[in-house]
Structure formats: C-alpha cells, structure tokens
Design a protein. Sequence first.
Length: 411
Amino acid sequence: MPKRFFKILDKVVPGASRSLSLELLISGLSFPASILLNRTLGATDRGLLSLVILVPSTIFLLGTCQWERILTGLITSKQISPREAWRRTVYYSLWLSLIFIPIGIFASAIFDKIPQNVRWLSVIYNINFPAYFLGGCLSSIYVAAGSLDKQYLMKLGLQGSYLLLLLSLSLTKFISVSSLVFVYIAIHTVCLGVGYLKKDSILKGKVFKEKPPIDSLLHSFIPYSLETLSAGIDIWAFSIFASLSSLGHYTATTALMLPVGLVSNALTSASTAKLDWTKPDIVSRYLMKTVIVLLCLLLILIVGGILFGPSILKFLLGKSFEGGEWMIPWIAVIVIGKAAAIQFHSALRLSGDLNVYLKIQTIEPFLRSIIVLILGLYLSELGILLGIAVSLYLKIAVCIYFYKKLETKNV
C-alpha cells in the first residue's frame, strides 16, 4: 500500500515521492515531539503556550513582507541568482528586525488576553525574528535553486533539536510554557546554523552592485499583511470567544493531522521544482490529480476520526483532551481545505498571474476574518470552525475561476 501511494504521488508530479520520504523522516522527529509536548502540558497549558507566542508569531509573519515567496519566483524565473537572493535577504533582515522587533514587543506587552504573569515570555520571544526570517528565506532559496536535500537538512536540524531538547526537559521535569518559549528560540537558531554551513555549495551566481530594492516588499506588504492576520484568525478567534482548553484541543488535534501537511508539502516542493508552469495543460492535470489525492485523505480522516477519534485523543494526548473529539471531522475539512487552497492559489503565482494572486491575497483574508469572527461571536467554537471551512472552500472556488480564465487566455 505505501509503495502504491508513492507511485500515485509521482504520477501527480515527478519527485513527489522523494519529497514525501524526506517529509516522513522529519515527521519521525516532529510527531513524537508534538505528542510529548501535548501530553506533558495538558489542554489548558497547551492553549496558554499558543496564546503566549500568538502575537510574536503574527508579527514574524508580517515582518517577512512575503520575501521568502518573492525570492522563489525571482530565482526560478532567472531574474536573480541564489547568491543575490541571499545578499538581499541579509540586507532586509537588518532593517526589518529594527522595525518589527520593537513593534512585536509593544504589541505583546499590551495584549491583555495573555495572563500578566507570563506576558513577559511573549515579549522575549520577539528576539527570535532574525533567526526565523533568515532561516525561512534560506530554506526557500534552496528549494528555488533545486536543492530539496538542503532544505530538508534545515528541517532536520529544526525538528531534531526540538525533540532532543524536549526529551532533555522531560527527563529533568522542566517542560513548561516558560521553558518551551526558549526552546523555540533555540531550534530556529539551530535550523539557520545548519543551513548556513551548507550555503556555499548552492549560493552561486551573479551579485548586483546596487543597493537591494525595497519596492517588491512594499508592493506585496498590504495583501500579505491581510493574509497573515487572516491565517491566524483561528487562534485569535479561539483566544477571544473560547477557553484555553478549547484552544488546546484545537491546536493539538490539528497537529495530529500531520500526514496531510506532509503530502501537501511534498507536492508543493516537487511541483515548484519540477513542473513547467508555462504549460496550462500540465498544470491542470497536476491540480486535478492533487484534488483527488486530497479528497481521498479527507474521507480517511473523517471516517477514522468518527470511529477512532476518542480513543486516539485519549491514547496520544491524555485524559485532559477528552471531550474535544467532536472537532476532528471539522478540523479534517479545514486541514484538507487549507492544503487545496495553497495549491490553487500558488498555481496563479507560479503560472505568472501575480496581479490576480495578490488581489485574492488581499480580499480573501478580509472576508475570512469577518466570517470567522461573526460566526465565532454567535456560535463560539463551532462558529469558528465553520467560518474557517467556509472561507477556505470559497477561496478554492475563486482561485479555480481565475485559473481557468488564465488557462483560456494562454491557450
């Protein structure tokens, strides 16, 4: 069965099975770490941890200004070399850190949903921005330059150090919300260090003499900001309209949907590196095959969640997560929808329709936030889940519509 599934993925896009194999290797580290974390903290403290890093994580995403995505397109279209992309990344990291770290510290300090006694942890976590930005961009450069192995080496450094630190804290009984904030800072630093040591073999090519331009960052900042805020609207909504234990149930159950993320990441990495995005017929076949694979995964997750969800949550996460099994089918729909939305939205960008890509990126997050917050206000947890699902599948429909128009235009 596994071999057959790997063959199916390679029929969707060449190289997907190798990418998935590397994803599985990484998951062999991340999944046990997630289980250890959730069982040790329990539902309430798991929710508290998500709340503590919520503001800094949002600021981090805003602070990247979408550069890790932009540089991918610039490299694959031969507009700049990998070496030039890294030069610009280092330059941007300095100025963006000076801007967004103070913003993050201020926002963390005034966010009153975080209990006063742990708010300082949220403030401190903002120093993680440079490592987060540089590591994420270097990983994207490796993918765009065709080096999947080096990207996954960085992921291995991240997840390997995460598991080792968690095991060390577990043995010494020091796992807590406070210690994990410093663990997160440490693992992003390790990830960047692993990638940096290997950079000379990939970061080659022409380097421009002029100062790196900022117009590309400014052009995409507003739509990306809206997308970023909307991407975390689920956590924000749970922090406003639900309890910490509900937030813990949601984040922990979402983490259990790891296989979907592995398949989606494998398809995304392989398709970016292997497909000719100038040929609509090839891209359309890829998207159709991707939808079929994701629908099969959705069916498995829903049926499996209904039949075995309570037992799985109790066994893997512990008794404190009992009562959250009703979320499983909803989260399955959301996780699959998010994977499909990423595929169709990225198809517009990689196929060259950047304007439509940015328009969707601007309008859809705004609508998603409104839908989620309104339904969350009236229906609490159920409303939040329903709002996220509706907005994701609406995004898929809009992306399909515009991609079909682009496809007709290019024929």
